[in-house]
Design a protein around this ligand. Structure first.
Ligand SMILES: CC(C)(COP(=O)(O)OP(=O)(O)OC[C@H]1O[C@@H](n2cnc3c(N)ncnc32)[C@H](O)[C@@H]1OP(=O)(O)O)[C@@H](O)C(=O)NCCC(=O)NCCS
Length: 185
């Protein structure tokens, strides 16, 4: 479901660009490690260490989903992975895509990597006929998704292990028009 056009260079970063490309099988372990670092640095202050650890373990468990239905990308700079994210189709609603597995290297936040990954997912979901997006946002990411036009619908609490629950916010966005792709580099 991905194409050559999905490999895009960020032109706003001048001499220090990052690039998006589709996830491949050899990324799965490095991506899970990136996810763990992201959660333990950016999620633990909100959820506490034990919940963050359990959340990070879920990422290892689900990392093969990145090669399944939908489309996922990594952001990289040279050989270094800086982010990951994409979408999976809803199994019942044909126009609904779920933003999933969005993580940015804690050393590389606020450079627009998360935004670029979500915009790429939006373009791809839109092209696949999925005009509605949803995401189970972690509490630390709610303001990020708001900045991208998502609105909160409700809160939920996920049991991860006995006596360990993770609060999330269900957020949604309708894609009226696919975001423009940045110029190819
Ligand atoms: C949430 C996350 C993906 C954001 O990635 P990012 O690359 O830093 O985000 P961007 O630089 O693209 O930010 C885009 C806009 O979102 C908003 N935003 C991003 N992070 C924010 C924060 N911590 N607080 C408030 N607003 C934030 C800002 O408006 C930002 O624009 P600006 O930098 O020009 O002000 C990243 O913080 C992360 O990996 N967090 C831990 C894992 C996680 O929670 N993932 C989501 C799971 S649902």
């Amino acid at each position: 479901m991905t194409s050559h056009a999905d490999s895009l260079t960020d032109m706003n970063e001048g001499a220090d660009p990052f690039r998006l490309r589709p996830v491949r099988a050899s990324d799965l372990d490095p991506v899970a490690a990136l996810q763990e670092a992201s959660i333990m640095t950016l999620g633990a202050p909100v959820y506490g260490e034990a919940k963050a650890r359990a959340w990070a373990r879920l990422g290892y468990q689900f990392r093969h989903d990145l090669l399944g239905e939908g489309a996922f990308w990594v952001a990289e700079q040279g050989q270094r992975l800086l982010g990951v994210g994409g979408w999976s189709p809803d199994s019942l609603e044909a126009d609904l895509a779920w933003i999933r597995y969005l993580f940015v290297d804690p050393q590389a936040t606020r450079r627009g990597i998360g935004r670029r990954l979500v915009e790429q997912a939006e373009r791809s979901a839109y092209a696949a006929g999925r005009r509605r997006l949803r995401v189970w946002s972690s509490l630390n990411a709610v303001d990020f998704y708001r900045a991208l036009g998502f609105l909160p619908e409700r809160r939920a609490r996920w049991p991860m292990r006995t006596a360990l629950e993770l609060d999330n916010v269900l957020m949604a966005k309708r894609i009226e028009q696919a975001p423009l792709a940045p110029p190819a580099g």
